[in-house]
Design a protein around this ligand. Structure first.
Ligand code: IMP
Length: 497
């Protein structure tokens, strides 16, 4: 009898151990992918996410705020999102805003309204981390006053992150988080009012109605409380139930607050590693990093851009009157695109490429600065962000070089700095200004590739270019965008989740 009991005990113990092991194994089965932009933003990240995130239960943001922006087109529906992750069209997905983001209730209200007007329900799907910092009214006021040098989006992003770091000034709390507001809305409202009054006094502002602004902010915060996620293990628990998570990076790696072109950057961490610190998930679930670039690069705002056509002249032209002097309408009315494209002056050729590529702000129509594909930058960013799958949008636009006076498609393969060739990007503005791109040309693309969907049908010059990029960057290319429509996309290799 004793022997039987002993055997049973041993068997129970073994079963328990096996179950434990199974639990531990299960907890690592979920996969989380991180998608980031590899240049200066506006690379078309949302359209790649749209292709890859279908199997994900959660689409999550981990950085930035209303400074991001992308239009989503599905059928005849168009929705512009700034803070809400772009998984709204997957009907059951959770839309998570992580602790690394800054949330502006006055802006997010328009997104929610727009989504509801399109009959999409996000009631039980949108979750905002307790620890996400709020963009308070004084942050946007201060950004409007001081953001001009950098050319910020005036969304108060830098001031919100700066108060996050400052935490408090004496006894006055400067940083308010989403969960702080939910815990005691009236107290939080008073804090926001004191902060705004202080900014008004310090800047001698006469045209700001503090009470009215804070009242509106408070009203919208009360509406948002329903989306509060106060469980720090919320995503971790979903991952343990084998639910896949897809992180959507905002801005891009060249705008990272520490490793980007400082000070002409945004205020958050934009690298792939930031997905876990800003996304409330442990990194043991990490599966793949997906990097997105654009074949003809663009940049908005000021700051270094070594491969820019027309250099500083182009930067000043695009910045004139806050970007309003040379909007798309102006350029259309003043330039014949075929003529200007042939110009030997790279500044003028850049205008032609911008016109053909439609490189203007989605809502503002302000001109984006244009430059050739910088492979030194791409290689550096692929390596530092451990990019597993590289996607390059606007590949079809490379055909425009065939109409220019250039001998082929220009690619930056090194920099010349103070007479020496270097194979990395200068780390500061002064050296970036002195650096000259070392350029190689690959054969022109002479046919329209925008209607091709099968990679086997791509012309040989495109294949040659793809191989060159892969060899140079050490990253495998998985897809190229060949036009603005959702289906104008060629998957070169199968994405493996
Ligand atoms: P902020 O993020 O509004 O503080 O702006 C800082 C810089 O980042 C400016 O040059 C902006 O134009 C740029 N920036 C911010 N968000 C984006 C984006 O989503 N795409 C491209 N540039 C951005």
């Amino acid at each position: 009898m004793k022997k039987i009991n002993e055997n049973k005990e041993q068997k129970d113990k073994q079963n328990k151990q096996e179950k434990n092991n199974q639990n531990i194994n299960n907890s690592t089965k979920a996969k989380s992918n991180v998608l980031i932009g590899l240049q200066y933003g506006d690379e078309g990240k949302a359209r790649v996410l749209d292709k890859l995130a279908k199997q994900s239960h959660v689409i999550a943001r981990f950085n930035g705020g209303a400074n991001a922006g992308h239009s989503l087109h599905v059928g005849d529906k168009k929705i512009v999102l700034h803070q809400i992750p772009s998984g709204i069209f997957y009907p059951n997905s959770i839309l998570y805003i992580g602790c690394g983001c800054v949330v502006n209730p006055l802006k997010i209200k328009h997104e929610i309204k727009d989504i509801n007007n399109n009959d999409i329900c996000i009631k039980n799907r949108l979750k905002i981390s307790s620890k996400a910092t709020l963009v308070q009214p004084h942050h946007t006021v201060l950004d409007s006053l001081h953001g001009k040098t950098i050319g910020t989006t005036k969304n108060g992003i830098g001031h919100a992150y700066s108060d996050q770091a400052i935490r408090s000034k004496g006894n006055q709390l400067k940083n308010l988080r989403f969960g702080d507001y939910c815990a005691d809305p009236n107290k939080a409202k008073e804090i926001a009012l004191t902060n705004l009054n202080e900014a008004i006094a310090e800047n001698k502002l006469t045209d700001v109605n503090a009470k009215e602004m804070v009242e509106e902010f408070h009203k919208e915060m009360l509406n948002l409380i329903q989306y509060h996620c106060n469980d720090p293990l919320y995503l971790e628990k979903l991952a343990e139930q084998n639910k896949n998570i897809f992180f959507e990076g905002a801005q891009s790696v060249m705008l990272d607050v520490i490793t980007g072109t400082v000070p002409f950057v945004t205020s958050s961490r934009t690298l792939s590693a930031a997905a876990y610190t800003g996304g409330d998930l442990s990194m043991r679930h990490h599966n793949k990093t997906i990097g997105v670039a654009k074949a003809i690069m663009s940049r908005v705002g000021n700051g270094p851009f070594v491969s820019e056509f027309g250099g500083e002249r182009s930067e000043a032209y695009c910045a004139k009157d806050g970007g309003n002097a040379h909007k798309s309408k102006f350029e259309k009315a003043n330039h014949n695109v075929d003529n200007i494209l042939k110009s030997k002056d790279q500044f003028e050729m850049g205008i032609g490429l911008r016109m053909l590529g439609g490189e203007y702000g989605a809502t503002t129509k302000r001109p984006r600065r244009i430059g050739m594909l910088d492979l030194v930058m791409l290689r550096q960013n692929c390596k530092l962000n451990s990019v597993d799958e590289l996607y390059i949008n606007k590949f079809d636009c490379l055909e425009h070089f065939n109409k220019t006076s250039l001998p082929g498609i220009p690619l930056v393969v090194a920099y010349e700095l103070d007479g020496k060739e270097i194979d990395f990007m200068p780390a500061n503005v002064e050296e970036s200004k002195r650096a000259k791109p070392v350029i190689t040309h690959l054969p022109h693309i002479t046919t329209d590739i925008s209607q091709i969907r099968d990679p086997k049908k791509l012309p040989k010059e495109v294949n040659k270019l793809i191989s060159f990029i892969e060899e140079f960057t050490g990253s495998k290319m998985y897809g190229i965008g060949v036009g603005p429509e959702r289906d104008q996309f060629i998957q070169l290799r199968e994405h493996e989740n």
